[in-house]
Design a protein around this ligand. Structure first.
Ligand code: ATP
Ligand code: MG
Length: 471
């Protein structure tokens, strides 16, 4: 058997062929023709052996002789069809055996070719089957992306354009993991986003190891992350596997990466570039297959410009940068998140759920939320658990209840609040009409020019509301 592996990362343009024939001379000659035509071939003397290599997602074209000892080509085609009905199987039939060919097609063979085989014809048929297979694979991938996108909505909640965009980026990144940095203020959901990335990726069943770089004393950093051999330093009484190695095969989440000591950043960079690791006190290099996701509250570009963060490490991460907007920049998500967490708490603690009044919702919407979703989650819980005045949203937000929302906390004057309200109405209408400007103009009774001016003033973009493939 030919030893080259059918590596799924190889160039997609070149067909990969699984060839089954009990005649070694035929196998050799056919492989040679196909190789010359730029195809890669994995050949087998028997159907059983070939079957054990085929799976639903095998991106190959199968060619098989019909007359073989043990399992014959017809049975083989049937089995291939059971594994994956879209797997292309081309059978080689004896000259003039039309009945056999018809049966073969019915049993799942994609095509058949008569003996003696003409190389040109065979190559042409394989090429066509391969192109068809590529379409099937691409379609399956897109379907997976769409389905995953839909369920991600229940995990990472929010209807604002910013969150919708983020969900799209997550499903896309999860398909081709590159080292990623997540940027967002405190409590915006950085860890949640990192977990979603991991869970939506093919690594979902491997470990997700979270490391809070801000919580590890500088002196322990290296041994915590790299691990050490017994006796590597005073006090190293036993061998220890570091966090990086624990994440092997899965995802390493480096939280608060801005607090990583500078002298360690260079070591991390080397690990990211070489995908290799040495435990402290050992010269043996360990190969690593990890996906590294970092999170930060600071602007890393600025931090690297001022020398607080290594520039080369920043460039390594900024290839894939996800930004989570603060709640104050996506106020339309506030009612939804509040109700979600309040209902959850009511269920969890077996309490009644009282729908907040409209006035209370407005108060929630205009509150500045410095602690973002985490703070909102706490307030929602206290709202459900509270009794008497502590059930009051104003009290929970530290505002005297008779006061109008907001004035105690922010400097928003009347004009600014009117603007916020206006922006919210336009956003809602755009969402309702899926970005159809004429319908929005009609609903809000606004001339096109005024609507355009207001949209540009509030930085509302029509394209964010035009039907997306994920929602
Ligand atoms: N879009 C969202 N939908 C649902 N829950 C969310 C969302 N964003 C955040 N949360 C919830 O808010 C809480 C805080 O999120 P998380 O811990 O991920 O934030 P963080 O950005 O890592 O915070 P910190 O900066 O403090 O580390 C979590 O309970 C998380 O599940
Ligand atoms: Mg966090």
């Amino acid at each position: 058997m030919n030893q080259n592996k059918l590596n799924p990362n190889d160039d997609e343009m070149q067909p990969r062929v699984v060839l089954v024939d009990d005649d070694a001379a035929v196998r050799k000659a056919t492989s040679q023709w196909l190789n010359l035509a730029g195809m890669r071939v994995l050949d087998y003397a028997g159907a059983r052996e070939a079957l054990s290599q085929l799976a639903t997602e095998s991106n190959v074209v199968v060619i098989s002789d019909i007359k073989m000892p043990g399992m014959d080509g017809l049975e083989f085609a049937k089995r291939c069809n059971d594994i994956d009905p879209d797997l292309p199987v081309i059978l080689i039939t004896a000259h003039g055996d039309i009945r056999m060919a018809v049966r073969a097609m019915r049993d799942g063979a994609y095509d058949f070719i008569e003996k003696p085989i003409e190389p040109e014809l065979l190559i042409d048929r394989i090429q066509r089957a391969w192109e068809k297979r590529q379409l099937v694979m691409e379609n399956r991938k897109l379907k997976r992306i769409v389905n995953r996108g839909a369920s991600l909505e229940n995990r990472l909640l929010g209807r604002s354009p910013g969150i919708r965009q983020l969900r799209k980026q997550i499903v896309q990144l999860a398909e081709t993991p590159v080292d990623t940095v997540i940027n967002g203020a405190t409590g915006t959901g950085k860890e949640l986003v990192a977990q979603c990335l991991h869970e939506w990726s093919p690594r979902a069943n491997s470990p997700f190891v979270a490391v809070n770089c801000g919580a590890i004393p500088e002196a322990l950093f290296e041994s915590e992350l790299f691990g050490h051999e017994k006796g590597a330093f005073t006090g190293a009484t036993a061998k220890r596997i570091g966090k990086i190695e624990h994440a092997a095969g899965g995802t390493l989440f480096l939280d608060e990466i801005e607090s990583m000591p500078l002298n360690f950043q260079i070591k991390l960079l080397r690990v990211l570039q070489e995908r290799k690791l040495e435990r402290l006190g050992s010269n043996q290099q360990i190969d690593l297959d990890i996906w590294v996701i970092a999170a930060t509250k600071v602007d890393l570009e600025q931090a690297s410009a001022s020398g607080d963060f290594r520039e080369d490490l920043y460039y390594r991460f900024n290839v894939a940068e996800l930004y989570i907007p603060s709640l104050a920049d996506r106020r339309d998500d506030i009612p939804l998140l509040f109700e979600h967490y309040a209902q959850k708490a009511a269920y969890q603690f077996d309490r009644d759920y009282h729908q907040p009044t409209e006035e209370e919702i407005e108060c929630l919407i205009s509150y500045p939320w410095p602690g973002n979703v985490r703070q909102l989650k706490n307030i929602a819980k206290r709202y459900v658990l509270g009794v008497g005045p502590s059930r009051n949203i104003h009290t929970l937000l530290g505002q005297p209840s008779e006061q109008q929302p907001d004035t105690a906390r922010t400097s928003n004057g009347l004009a600014e609040r009117v603007q916020l309200f206006e922006a919210e109405l336009i956003t809602r209408s755009l969402r309702k009409h899926k970005g159809n400007i004429s319908e929005v103009m009609q609903e809000l009774e606004l001339p096109r020019r005024t609507l355009n001016n207001k949209m540009s003033q509030y930085e509302i973009k029509r394209k964010d509301f035009v039907g997306s493939d994920l929602e």
